[in-house]
Design a protein around this ligand. Structure first.
Ligand SMILES: O=P(O)(O)OC[C@H]1O[C@H](O)[C@H](O)[C@@H](O)[C@@H]1O
Length: 544
């Protein structure tokens, strides 16, 4: 049976400490220590992380580190990198870190030379990407590819689309990508209706190659292609490639395994876009930039693996999340990128963090008696400032937030970037220090308005500042959050690598589909509410 962290002396010490410091204000913490803004910072690869505006004292940090030591975080990190089967409920290794190791690395897991396999696929991807990008790869009618349509969902969509958007400034071909994920037919229609099938390549991405949405969309896409081209099945080979761990299912679908790029069951879907799952990204930015991104991931991996916890930034950020979640009562965590190109980053992080940490039993099956995964959410600044920041500044909820920004813009117009980033710095300062009643009164504000204008401050943020959004810094950011997630999972003793909770709904959707079409009677509905809803749906679709 794994340790229940909440029964440890370290957890209880944190609880007692939280009661003491709960009301300590960041203003006082900064006033007491003029060095705080320099001391509570760190550097991981190109990312400067300032965690000084968090509601922690040196004692808080020591207690959190003691908890990490107690649950064996360092050993768990080693176990992950060594390929031990730490995904216990699926009895699998967890080796996304192997996807970005250099060619000369040594790693054999369960008898498999993992590094050689990873690089073999990367080389095939690169060769394919070069052929498509150069125009050497031709469609069925002899034309070069102009549009890549990625068909996938969850981890087979969110990573590729997030990174494709993030690295827009590094796309240097005439190829554009579109991403179809939803089984809502409007998604496929919207992304294909204006396309020229002769110059379109579909990349069907599914780890299992059994996901209903992806297979349905892929079948429809194949039908669309063949119908528009007026061609037979032989056209498929020039317009469809697959990314999967299941060669058999790819073959069954009708895609030649020669056009398949593989990966392995030790890569979780939400940890996979740096594997072949990132093929459409590689088609857009080229193999060299993809490699730079992998090096960015690897730099943070090395930091996470080798740095003592007191200076280990992913570990510290994970511990801060635990502090707010378990000791100060926060329910959510905002991620606010000051980069329009990172507009899908919060959505990507939602799968990474919430699918990993949304568990209520520990790895050994015993129920947890404490809070686990927080709700991650966010939008790019400055847009969010004009929408939900009001609640961050003056609401009653505690919402720790990560601000992510870049000193150099990807494109600048006049001094717009300075103006943009001054908002980043202003917001984090306003959240931390607020504005007192006295300061507002001193401005001659009418007495009845004063309480409305008081800015309480003491709203915690972590600032992540990098020189520029590049493939490398994107890789670093993603690896940072992967390891933050890992740290939280290990503290709570849960398995952050399975996702059993998504299964039931999928099974039920398959069972209910014939009730919607009328092939099965309404009596087969699982409950009266669902029966009534399906009845209404049927009548609104003109079905008896
Ligand atoms: O890549 P696939 O096997 O098609 O899976 C796609 C997605 O669907 C599942 O339901 C899981 O919740 C995700 O973790 C996964 O990324």
């Amino acid at each position: 049976m794994s340790t229940d962290p909440s029964t440890t002396a370290e957890w209880q010490a944190l609880q007692a400490h939280a009661d003491k410091v709960r009301d300590t204000h960041l203003r006082d913490l900064f006033a007491a220590d003029p060095q705080r803004g320099e001391r509570l910072t760190g550097q991981v690869a190109d990312l400067h992380v300032d965690y000084s505006k968090n509601r922690v004292t040196d004692e808080t940090l020591s207690l959190l580190i003691a908890l990490a030591e107690r649950v064996g975080l360092r050993r768990q990190i080693e176990a992950m990198f060594a390929g031990e089967h730490i995904n216990t409920s699926e009895d699998r290794a967890v080796l996304h870190t192997a996807l970005r190791v250099p060619r000369d690395f040594q790693l054999t897991v369960d008898g498999q030379n993992v590094v050689a396999d990873v690089h073999e696929v990367l080389d095939r991807m690169a060769a394919f990407a070069e052929r498509v990008r150069s125009g050497e790869w031709r469609g069925h009618t002899g034309k070069p590819i102009r549009t890549v349509v990625n068909i996938g969902i969850g981890g087979s969509d969110l990573g590729p689309v997030m990174a494709y958007e993030a690295l827009k400034a590094y796309r240097d071909t005439d190829i554009t990508c579109r991403f179809v994920s939803n089984i809502d037919p409007t998604d496929l229609y919207d992304k294909t209706h204006d396309l020229d099938p002769e110059t379109t390549l579909f990349v069907v991405v599914s780890k299992t190659f059994s996901t209903l949405e992806t297979l349905t969309n892929a079948k429809e896409a194949r039908r669309w292609l063949l119908e528009k081209l007026g061609a037979d099945e032989s056209a498929v080979a020039k317009h469809f490639v697959a990314v999967s761990t299941s060669e058999q299912r790819v073959r069954d679908f009708g895609i030649d395994p020669a056009n398949m790029f593989g990966f392995w069951d030790w890569v979780g879907g939400r940890y996979s876009y740096d594997s072949a799952v990132g093929l459409s990204l590689m088609l857009a930015i080229g193999p060299e930039r993809f490699r730079e991104m992998l090096d960015g991931f690897h730099a943070v991996d090395e930091h996470f693996r080798a740095t003592p916890i007191e200076r280990n930034l992913p570990a510290l950020m994970g511990l801060l999340n635990v502090w707010y979640n378990n000791f100060l009562g926060a329910q959510t965590h905002a991620v606010l990128p000051y980069s329009q190109y990172l507009h899908r980053f919060p959505a990507y992080l939602q799968q990474l963090t919430m699918e990993s940490l949304g568990k209520s039993v520990r790895a050994d099956g015993t129920p947890v008696t404490y809070q686990t995964g927080e709700i991650f959410w966010g939008e790019p600044g400055t847009n969010g400032q004009h929408a939900f920041y009001q609640l961050l500044h003056q609401g009653t909820k505690l919402v720790p937030a990560d601000f992510i920004g870049f000193s150099e813009p990807n494109h600048d117009i006049d001094a717009m970037h300075d103006l943009f980033m001054s908002n980043f710095f202003a917001q984090t300062a306003a959240l931390a220090f607020g504005k007192t009643k006295e300061e507002i009164e001193a401005e001659g504000t009418p007495a009845e308005v004063v309480p409305h204008k008081v800015m309480p401050g003491n709203r915690p943020t972590t600032s992540i500042l990098a020189p520029k959004l590049t493939p490398a810094t994107l890789g670093q950011l993603v690896a940072l959050y992967e390891h933050i997630t890992f740290t939280e999972g290990m503290i709570w003793g849960i398995d952050p690598f399975d996702q059993w909770g998504v299964e039931l709904g999928k099974v039920m959707a398959n069972q209910l589909a014939p009730l919607l079409t009328g092939e099965k009677p309404l009596d087969a509905a699982p409950d009266p509410s669902t029966r009534r809803l399906i009845e209404l749906y049927r009548s609104q679709r003109g079905r008896a």
